[in-house]
Ligand binder design. Structure first.
Ligand code: ARG
Length: 455
């Protein structure tokens, strides 16, 4: 492709060290689409005849279908997907093929292909995230009244509906989808026409190329356009955060599926056994999902580090961008998909969860709230309930089973009626009725809201 200036054949080591086609061949569909749009612009500018354009277009489409069919042979000595396709085109259609690269560089070409690829990936990832949200919503709906202990510091804190806990992850995934949509918005600028760095003296109609390729605008600085990989960093950052959420969901799942908690039943199809211990049923999917989050962080760090010291504009270092990004996309898509399948086949052991949530200590705060309603300042109420908890623990009595004299000695507000009403789990949940709190009525409304908004 640049033989004019060189007298010696390239080192074989450089060929294998420098090739990227083993990774970037995956851009083929977008490379071909971009080349057809570019060729049309060359035709409109009078650089290609209509016949030349027609043979370029049909040659590229033919190559595209052979790649799809798996019959096209990529050559590593041709370095990357761009040169493979162009070289093959020229071999097939002759001189017209050699005109295709007019007013274009691989620098703006790869910037275009990568954007096109990632815009599509954002959509795929968005629907995979939507599917996981739906699976979680399904699990919540199957157990819409079930109660579990909510935790802080992994200590039992207050009772919540199981659905409330799952809906928390549906919220997180929704923000993740927002980040993907934001990243996609920033990719929506068409870089072709930027050339290697400084545009071209051959003026092409960039706006019509942008329209043909589904971009709403063109990039406005040729140097920025070929040097920019923010859009890829941004996607990797969004996927790293998404991975953090999936990892926390996995961790909750692993805890819930343990014998110690015993809340969640995972299906046989989504667990593994032990080659040694016959009793084991391991939550490997959740563990792998938690583990794969490491790659998502690694890929983000990798690209940020590749980019940080680069002078403007394009530098070959940037070829290292695709492997990290492709890996994060595949890892995230696969994780979202398998988690969705796993939760669709999971079941809450409502009896076990209820037993754990029925610990009266979880309603100690509610007891303090009753004192507050009786005029006791909250700090004082906290202290009073604290000493009742200590008394219960010293005497080995459940908090709600202390003598009525213990309660009335602690405060005249704590009559037997008030105490009995406070320790009623159902009414304690029903009372949590402010926006965002887990009363059954709120949760039913939230489930219905998500059911309408998730496609
Ligand atoms: N394979 C290259 C990459 O992915 C394409 C751009 C190469 N440009 C260049 N001037 N060598 O970065």
């Amino acid at each position: 492709m640049w033989k004019g200036r060189f007298q010696e054949e390239q080192s074989d080591l450089l060929k294998s060290y420098g090739e990227s086609v083993s990774i970037d061949w995956q851009l083929h569909k977008h490379d071909i689409r971009g080349s057809i749009a570019h060729a049309r612009a060359l035709k409109n500018a009078g650089i290609l005849t209509p016949d030349e354009f027609a043979s370029i277009e049909s040659g590229l489409l033919q190559i595209g279908s052979e790649i799809e069919a798996g019959t096209f042979e990529f050559r590593r000595d041709l370095e990357d997907v761009h040169m493979n396709i162009e070289a093959e085109l020229t071999k097939r259609i002759g001189p017209a093929g050699a005109k295709l690269h007019t007013a274009r560089s691989r620098n703006d070409q790869v910037a275009l292909d990568f954007r096109l690829y990632l815009r599509e990936a954002c959509e795929t990832l968005d629907s995979a995230a939507n599917a996981l949200q739906r699976a979680l919503l399904g699990l919540a709906s199957r157990h819409r009244e079930a109660v579990i202990p909510g935790y802080t510091h992994l200590q039992r804190a207050q009772p919540v509906l199981f659905a409330h806990h799952l809906l928390a992850y549906i919220e997180m995934l929704d923000r993740d989808r927002g980040r993907l949509a934001d990243a996609a918005k920033r990719m929506d600028a068409m870089p072709l026409g930027s050339g290697a760095i400084a545009g071209s003296t051959i003026a092409l109609d960039r706006e019509s190329v942008a329209r043909e390729l589904g971009f709403s605008k063109v990039t406005t600085n040729s140097m920025d356009a070929v040097a920019d990989r923010d859009f890829a960093c941004e996607l990797l950052a969004a996927l790293a955060i998404l991975g953090m959420h999936l990892s926390r969901l996995s961790e909750d799942t692993i805890l819930w599926a343990s014998a110690e908690f015993g809340f969640l039943d995972l299906s046989d199809r989504h667990t593994t056994g032990s080659s040694l211990m016959p009793q084991k049923k391991n939550p490997d999917i959740a563990e792998l999902a938690r583990g794969k989050t490491g790659r998502l962080y690694g890929n983000l760090m990798s690209l940020l580090t590749v980019m940080k010291g680069l002078p403007l504009t394009y530098n070959r270092d940037m070829q290292e961008d695709k492997e990290a990004v492709f890996d994060s996309i595949k890892t995230t898509r696969d994780t979202l998909t398998i988690l969705a399948e796993m939760y669709s086949a999971s079941r809450l052991r409502e009896d076990r969860a209820l037993e754990a949530a029925s610990d009266p200590l979880l309603l100690a705060t509610d007891l303090a709230d009753r004192l507050v309603e009786g005029g006791v300042p909250f700090r004082k109420a906290h202290e009073i309930v604290g000493s009742l908890v200590a008394l219960a623990q010293q005497s080995g009595t459940p908090l709600d089973k202390l003598d009525s004299a213990d309660f009335s000695d602690a405060s005249p507000v704590l009559t037997p009626e008030i105490v009995a009403a406070t320790f009623d789990l159902r009414s304690a949940l029903a009372a949590r009725s402010t926006t965002g709190a887990p009363s059954p009525e709120n949760i039913a409304r939230e489930i219905a809201r998500w059911d309408r908004s998730l496609k």
